[in-house]
Design a protein around this ligand. Structure first.
Ligand code: PRX
Length: 658
């Protein structure tokens, strides 16, 4: 659990902008309660604001919980909702995406900016759908993997797949070969879309090289499409690999592919996410429920309007990007920004220059980004006019009140709505948040606010009773919601076990949380062994598996410890095999192995050598204990520990660390 600061339960701020619309929390709770009581009717009303090919017969199929199905009988298409609707309206020539590449010229201006109108996007997506269907023979229900940097082709491929009912799985371009291979294999993807590279902090990430390594162990992939981003002439495997521009060269510019009439409960995508144990879980999202949730939250949380310029700084490779860069904003017809690179490259004010350049009015970013801007200092912020911003939110990890207040002051001018939206890959969209576009309550720095309408959330103690107010418990969601997972891909039992068994019949999020006396939620961080590095979700399993692939490593345990900027960082405890010397070179080598296998986001912050690890009598590593010792906090109950000396070992290793 990463929260190391005090929670200011009593501090309330009323944003000046929209002040007259701020209601007190009691009034919101009363209105909210009504939406929850009749949540099916409530969500039905939201869903009816979308365009369906066929109206549903039943709002919610509850015949086989927790495998709920929303809007059964309804027919829908996410590509149609995001493109055709706007193409057939006055928005046709409205800018859908402003894309900015990372490289800058000698004056510091971006070298490449592309603007795609809704019509451009519509055409390109149609052409790609045509190619996927006619040239690659892909059909509804097939699966593809997309491993691309933040370039326009990434949303284009997602939308082209969605048009045909091809299930796509995007793998974040900061993951490396093992992580990519595991995900392609689990999804049994037939095609991989990648690039000849991507820019990150002025360096080229060799995506194709990484993909080639992964492809050595992914027999299901028959074709690889390579987008030229860098133009560096990568190795192409004859018969298997083809450049995007080449395969597209003879596709007519006006190719049209009829959007499939898909069932509401058909899968839209699989997104892998790390959990407590075992390999990453393929979270499967539906179409009808998911798009309904996104529609509601785009309005309530972001209050989107046609004149807005919207920027979500996340990477599309994570759920935030899926929902709030691609499907949500495009469905609402917003002009959105996609920025390719690091927000502090080549200078710490790159992000601020983007806001100024495009007059961003809605900003969605992360606590880690905010803390890093804070560290660089306000002189970088002051260089830019950011008065266009009228609303902002953060996401991905708890935000410390200090960072909240700093950003509120620096960018929010102490007057605009600002919040911390809680949700997760599994929920599909925002669940607990301030709602400036619906009913705004006073903001509390560091708090997430209250559950969105139509959703009942609570904080429970170990026995499943509501936790005492202002005391820590477990966050749960008590009624089904549109956007919830269909299942874990190919593993429905695991879906039940992980999310619906701790408290039978209700969704267990895996987070610690506190509810205060006013009914505000404060999500404190993971209650399990998931690590949040800069808001990115990493499981201990993947990191430990990578560690033990190094020939010197016999056993390994990884835990997340607090970090002032990144929220958490992974540290590793390693038992060496006999014959290996615990020296600096070996440390570097082992850390590199993890970077190579899982990715640079999985950089181990510190590596300690020990001769034992705290284990239960049945041999399970007690990471909770390792973590407590590392953080110098209470070790708690260790009655199940096999050998208490192992705790001292960890302590000693930390003390001796140079
Ligand atoms: O621990 C919570 C944290 O991020 C986890 C979900 O991670 P992921 O599936 O990668 O999705 C991240 C983006 C939606 C949660 O279990 N988390 C997310 N948002 C917040 C948060 N913790 C506190 N406050 C938030 N606003």
């Amino acid at each position: 659990m990463s929260v190391t600061w005090a929670l200011p339960f009593d501090k309330k701020i009323k944003p000046k902008i929209g002040e007259n619309n701020v209601i007190d929390e009691k009034t919101y709770s009363e209105i909210h309660e009504k939406t929850v009581k009749n949540y099916k009717e409530f969500w039905e009303e939201v869903a009816s604001q979308l365009e369906w090919f066929r109206h549903w017969d039943k709002v919610l199929d509850e015949s086989s919980p927790p495998f709920y199905k929303w809007f059964v009988g309804g027919e829908i298409n996410a590509s149609y909702l995001t493109l055709d609707r706007h193409y057939n309206s006055w928005r046709r020539n409205k800018v859908a995406i402003i894309w900015e590449g990372e490289p800058v010229d000698e004056k510091g201006n971006p070298k490449e900016v592309k603007q795609l109108t809704y019509s451009d996007l519509y055409r390109e997506v149609n052409r790609v759908s045509y190619m996927l269907k006619e040239k690659l023979g892909l059909r509804k229900g097939d699966t593809i993997t997309i491993y691309l940097p933040m370039i326009p082709e990434l949303p284009i491929f997602m939308l082209a797949a969605a048009r045909l009912g091809i299930v796509f799985t995007v793998v974040f371009s900061g993951f490396s070969s093992d992580a990519l291979a595991t995900r392609m294999n689990d999804a049994e993807a037939k095609v991989l879309i990648t690039a000849d590279g991507g820019w990150r902090r002025g360096k080229v990430i060799d995506l194709k090289g990484i993909a080639d390594k992964a492809l050595e162990k992914t027999p299901s992939i028959k074709k690889v499409i390579v987008v030229r981003r860098i133009g560096n002439g990568v190795r192409m495997n004859e018969g298997r690999d083809i450049y995007y521009d080449e395969i597209m060269s003879d596709i007519p510019h006006n190719a049209y592919v009829e959007p499939e009439r898909l069932k509401s409960e058909d899968p839209l995508y699989i997104l892998y996410t790390s959990g407590t144990t075992g390999k990453p879980k393929g979270i499967v999202h539906d179409i009808g429920g998911y798009m309904t949730l996104l529609h509601g939250t785009m309005k309530w949380v972001f209050d989107v309007r046609d004149e807005d310029v919207y920027w979500c700084t996340a990477d599309i490779g994570w759920v935030t990007g899926h929902s709030y860069i691609v499907f949500g904003p495009l469905m609402e017809g917003v002009t959105g920004i996609i920025y390719e690179g690091a927000v502090d490259y080549p200078q710490p004010d790159r992000w601020a220059s983007i806001i100024e350049r495009y007059k961003v009015s809605i900003l969605y970013t992360s606590p880690t980004a905010i803390r890093s801007f804070m560290k660089y200092g306000e002189e970088w912020v002051k260089k830019h006019d950011m008065t266009s911003v009228r609303l902002m939110h953060s996401v991905g990890e708890p935000i410390n009140p200090e960072a909240f207040e700093w950003f509120y002051n620096q960018v929010g001018r102490n007057e605009i709505p600002f919040g911390s939206t809680w949700w997760m890959t599994e929920t599909g969209g925002i669940m607990i948040s301030n709602l400036p576009g619906y009913l705004m309550i006073p903001m509390k720095p560091g708090s997430n606010g209250m559950p969105i309408p139509g959703l009942e959330a609570d904080v429970l103690d170990d026995n499943g009773n509501p936790a005492k107010l202002e005391e820590r418990g477990y966050l749960v969601l008590k009624n089904p919601w549109p956007g919830m997972p269909l299942t874990i891909y190919k593993d429905p039992e695991r879906y039940v076990k992980v999310y619906w068994s701790k408290f039978p019949g209700i969704f267990y999020a895996g987070d610690y949380a506190v509810k205060d006396r006013d009914g505000y939620f404060w999500i404190l961080g993971r209650a399990d062994e998931v690590i949040k590095v800069s808001g990115h979700r990493l499981g201990t399993y993947e990191l430990e598996s990578a560690l033990i692939e190094h020939p010197s490593v016999a056993e390994a345990a990884v835990v997340g410890v607090s970090d002032p900027i990144k929220g958490e960082v992974p540290v590793a405890f390693v038992i060496l095999k006999q014959g290996y010397n615990a020296d600096d070179n070996l440390v570097k080598e082992i850390i590199n192995t993890v970077r190579e296998k899982v990715g640079p986001i999985a950089t181990i912050d510190k590596l300690y050598f020990v001769s034992k690890l705290p284990k239960t009598r049945s041999g399970k590593i007690m990471r909770r204990v390792v973590r407590a010792v590392t953080m110098n906090s209470e070790v708690g109950d260790i009655t199940t520990l096999e050998d208490e000396a192992s705790v001292d070992e960890i302590r000693k290793a930390i003390q001796e660390f140079k």
